[in-house]
Design a protein around this ligand. Structure first.
Ligand code: NI
Ligand code: MN
Length: 222
């Protein structure tokens, strides 16, 4: 599987299928990625992004899925703890400690709660934490799904910062850790290099700092 960080929390997984998670990038558009499946962790603009205009098969928590359906998106709802299989891709929805309001001029609303995703495709398991604070049940995500890759927010203020994300990485135990949701704006500035150094000094995990648009290959582990 090929993993591309498009910036902020937006990640494209390319394998048998193309899975786009949180289709928002601060500048430009994700329309050219032409995903088979879009996953949206929660209703905030910097995650829902272009989900409405893409109009691709989309998976989100039930309340958010219904909002997307009303906008003409072929969205499927699920909820935390559940797993669905779609086109050979296994998608499990995980908890996230965060809110999920929709910023819509037609009426801001609550879109259920925020979530994360565990995605399994082509023998690779990727955990995208979404926006979240640290929670100790991340240990269960490690025990149950053994992710190869953990995509963790480190920007602070709205999510975990580097200190909490270091603990999260150890709870999850994914050998490859990729920080996301930082440095997009001044308010979520983070020292990603310091995060990498601190984790790699004290654990056997590896932190990969991708620039926006950069990719890496994730070999199958099972
Ligand atoms: Ni958010
Ligand atoms: Mn966010």
């Amino acid at each position: 599987m090929h993993l591309t960080w498009l910036g902020h929390a937006c990640v494209l997984l390319t394998g048998t299928k193309k899975v786009l998670i949180d289709p928002f990038i601060p500048e430009g558009s994700v329309a050219g990625t032409d995903p088979d499946l879009v996953l949206v962790t929660h209703g905030h603009f910097d995650h829902m992004g272009e989900a409405v205009t893409l109009k691709k098969p989309t998976v989100a928590i039930g309340e958010l899925a219904r909002y997307l359906q009303a906008k003409g998106v072929p969205a499927e709802g699920m909820n935390i703890g559940g797993t669905i299989e779609t086109g050979g891709i296994m998608v499990t929805m995980t908890p996230a400690l965060h809110t999920s309001g929709i910023d819509d001029p037609a009426g801001a609303g609550c879109a259920g709660t925020a979530a994360g995703f565990v995605v399994r495709m082509d023998g690779v398991c990727v955990y995208h934490a979404g926006d979240t604070g640290l929670f100790s049940d991340m240990k269960l995500i490690g025990e149950l799904y053994h992710p190869d890759v953990a995509l963790l927010p480190i920007g602070g203020r709205y999510t975990m910062g580097t200190k909490e994300a270091m603990v999260a990485a150890q709870f999850i135990g994914a050998k490859t850790v990729i920080p996301i949701h930082y440095n997009t704006w001044e308010k979520i500035a983070a020292d990603a290099n310091g995060f990498k150094t601190a984790i790699e000094r004290s654990t056997d995990l590896s932190v990969f700092l991708l620039g926006p648009g950069e990719s890496m290959d994730i070999p199958p582990s099972r």
